[in-house]
Design a protein around this ligand. Structure first.
Ligand code: ATP
Ligand code: CA
Ligand code: CA
Length: 416
């Protein structure tokens, strides 16, 4: 926060960052429409479109509007490749633009990295600032990521729809040889996993590690905290029950995704779970309580609904079975994964893998050496990627998700 009380990031007022980004994306995506779609070439991953936005605007080579900030520059990385990713997920250019060009909502980041998070007002996209090494890593990841996405769209991996960099032009001029790097702000556009019009009664960021994996005091005080591994084990000592088909579909998707992450030596990623408690229409006190806490989704006008380019159920290639289908049509459309607590509360889960731009090679080796002498090596979250992936999956499919025991009937009631 600066002296006038405005929010800042790297000393830049954040509203300026948002507007600059919106102008940049508008220009870049709009400009692409002139280039007819073609197959993505390897070169397309390496292209950087550099767009200058002088304060007074310009008319050549292509017009940019005047604006109220200092001159700035937006770099749009691999614009043609990202256009192709967006097409793969059925995001039309006009939809992307209309999502991006409306005001964003800032999200409070529970992470330690200090990244800024924004949500587009239609709830579809998350805008996250990333560090230089993360942006560099994403660039090297793109061709392989592209290959994976074209082979398999059913994935819980984050979907990246754009990578941009904001720079104050004045600074660029003074630091031709790159020393002004701390004035660059790198931004990714990704899919939003947690629909904001569905009440999330619980939210977990899980890694499969127990070392320091508990939400801190500050997080606990929040209205809707993001809990961690140890908190999960406390809240759900018997895990969450999934139908056996759903369990298998989820496990298969995560296994496949983890294989991709491991192949890029990625680690430190998390499994994000938003938990919605479905309201139940019975008279038991427990369920009445659940009902009163449920959201009044049906009261929302249809315009507040997301277009949703993919739902959790679609991502794991599962379909609702009759007994699992939400009564509420609006809830059904969001495609949350049906689950049960061991005491019979019906849940819908919104899930995905997040924070994947951390590569082992880039910085973890030393840290591991330091931390493993402090504690038993299996409990820390900084380890080798293949070990990380194995522990991650083991935690998810032994501790977090469970297959129903025979005592659970199809209708979700506990027998005997
Ligand atoms: P750190 O590196 O300290 O873990 P970070 O700044 O890299 O933090 P992330 O781990 O990516 O941040 O995300 C932090 C939190 O933001 C998550 O726990 C989750 O609550 C929320 N979040 C992140 N990505 C998404 C997404 N795609 N959809 C919805 N919520 C998200
Ligand atoms: Ca994280
Ligand atoms: Ca991170």
């Amino acid at each position: 926060v600066d002296t006038q009380g405005n929010a800042t990031f790297k000393r830049l007022p954040t509203n300026q960052l948002v507007e600059a980004l919106q102008l940049g994306i508008q220009y870049s995506v709009g400009g692409l429409e002139a280039t007819p779609a073609h197959d993505v070439l390897y070169q397309d991953f390496l292209t950087v479109e550099i767009i200058h936005f002088p304060k007074g605007g310009r008319t050549t080579p292509k017009a940019t509007p005047p604006h109220r900030f200092n001159d700035f520059t937006i770099r749009s990385y691999a614009p043609v490749a990202f256009r192709h990713f967006r097409e793969k997920f059925n995001i039309k250019p006009e939809d992307y633009l209309s999502s991006i060009c409306k005001p964003f909502r800032e999200l409070k980041n529970p992470g330690a990295s200090g990244s800024l998070f924004y949500l587009t007002s239609d709830d579809e996209f998350i805008i996250k600032t990333v560090q230089k090494r993360e942006a560099e890593f994403l660039k090297t990841l793109l061709p392989g990521y592209y290959m994976n996405v074209t082979q398999n769209q059913r994935t819980l991996l984050p979907k990246f729809f754009g990578l941009y960099c904001y720079q104050v032009t004045e600074f660029l001029r003074r630091n031709k040889n790159g020393s002004g790097d701390n004035k660059n702000i790198r931004i990714t556009v990704m899919n939003n996993l947690i629909p904001s019009h569905i009440q999330m009664h619980e939210k977990y960021d899980l890694k499969g590690s127990t070392f320091k994996r508990r939400a801190n005091i500050e997080e606990r005080r929040k209205e809707s905290p993001t809990w961690k591994d140890l908190d999960f084990m406390e809240h759900h000592p018997n895990g969450l029950l999934l139908d056996s088909d759903t369990f298998a579909a989820l496990a298969k998707t995560v296994e496949r995704d983890c294989r991709v992450l491991e192949s890029f030596h990625i680690m430190d990623y998390s499994f994000l779970i938003g938990v919605h408690h479905a309201s139940v229409h019975t008279d038991s006190p427990r369920e009445r309580r659940a009902e009163s806490g449920a959201s009044n989704d049906s009261a929302l006008p249809p315009s507040a609904l997301r277009r949703m380019y993919s739902t959790p159920m679609a991502n794991i290639q599962a379909e609702f079975e009759e007994h699992n289908k939400p009564d509420d049509d609006h809830l059904a459309k969001t495609g949350g994964i049906p689950a049960l607590t061991t005491d019979g509360q019906r849940l819908y889960l919104y899930v995905g893998i997040i924070d994947i731009l951390q590569s082992y090679q880039l910085r973890k080796r030393l840290e591991h050496r330091v931390k493993s002498v402090i504690t038993d090596g299996s409990q820390i979250s900084v380890t080798h990627p293949s070990y990380y992936s194995e522990r991650f999956q083991k935690f998810l499919f032994n501790t977090v998700f469970r297959k129903p025991s025979p005592r659970l009937s199809k209708s979700g009631t506990i027998i005997g």
